[in-house]
Design a protein around this ligand. Structure first.
Ligand SMILES: CC(C)(COP(=O)(O)OP(=O)(O)OC[C@H]1O[C@@H](n2cnc3c(N)ncnc32)[C@H](O)[C@@H]1OP(=O)(O)O)[C@@H](O)C(=O)NCCC(=O)NCCS
Length: 170
C-alpha cells in the first residue's frame, strides 16, 4: 500500500466493484462528453463493469486491479494485464473529476509500475482516445511515447486510439 497526499492505494477486492463502477460512470461521462455518445457509454459500462466482468478482469492470470481511497471513499482505480512475458497493458486509469490534479493518478501509475517491475515486466503500453488530450499530456509527462495509432470500437461506435509505451524502469 502507498499514499498519494491523503489517498491510499491498495489492491481491489470484490467488495469494491460497485464503487469502481460508480467511479467509471461519473468519470467516463466527464471525460468522454462529446466523444462517446451517452447511451453508448451507459450500455458499454453496464457490461464491462458488471460484477462478472470486473471479476474476470481482476482475477485472470496476469491481471491486476488497484484502487485509491480517501477516508474510505473510493476515488480512483487502475487495472493492468500482462500481455506477454515482458509487456503489460494499462487497461484503465480513472480518477473522479473532483479528485483529479492531486497526484492520485500519478500514484496509481507509480504503484502499477512498481508491481510490474517486481514481476519482471519491462514494457507498459496504454491506449488513449486520440482526442483525450489531458490524458495524453498526463502519459507524456510520465515518460510514455506514442508508438502506434489504432482504430477500435466502443460497442457500435468507432474510435481512434493512440497507443503509448514506456519502459517500466526508467
Ligand atoms: C488522467 C488521470 C488518470 C490523471 O490522474 P490525476 O490524479 O488527475 O493526475 P495527477 O494529479 O497525478 O497529475 C496531473 C497533474 O496534477 C497536478 N498534481 C500532481 N500532484 C499534485 C498534488 N499533489 N497536488 C496538486 N496538484 C498535483 C500536476 O499538475 C500534474 O501534472 P504533471 O503531470 O505535470 O505533474 C485523470 O485525470 C483522469 O481520470 N482523467 C479522466 C480519465 C482518463 O482520461 N483516463 C485515462 C485514459 S484511460
Amino acid at each position: 500500500m502507498s499514499e498519494a497526499g491523503v489517498a491510499r492505494i491498495r489492491p481491489a477486492s470484490p467488495d469494491d466493484y460497485a464503487a469502481i463502477r460508480q467511479v467509471a460512470v461519473v468519470t467516463w461521462a466527464a471525460t468522454y462528453a462529446g466523444l462517446i455518445a451517452p447511451h453508448t457509454q451507459r450500455a458499454f459500462l453496464a457490461r464491462a463493469y458488471s460484477d462478472r466482468w470486473l471479476a474476470r478482469r481482476h482475477q485472470r492470470p496476469g491481471g491486476r486491479l488497484v484502487v485509491a481511497e480517501i477516508e474510505r471513499q473510493l476515488v480512483g482505480y487502475a487495472s493492468s494485464l500482462e500481455r506477454t512475458f515482458d509487456a503489460a497493458e494499462l487497461t484503465s486509469l480513472y480518477v473522479l473529476p473532483a479528485y483529479q490534479g492531486r497526484g492520485i493518478g500519478s500514484a496509481l501509475l507509480r504503484h502499477e509500475l512498481a508491481a510490474l517491475a517486481v514481476r519482471g515486466i519491462e514494457f507498459l503500453l496504454a491506449s488513449v482516445l486520440r482526442e483525450n488530450h489531458p490524458a495524453r499530456r498526463f502519459y507524456e509527462r510520465h515518460g510514455f511515447q506514442m508508438v502506434d495509432e489504432q482504430t477500435g470500437s466502443v460497442l457500435d461506435q468507432r474510435i481512434v486510439e493512440v497507443v503509448y509505451g514506456r519502459r517500466v524502469k526508467e
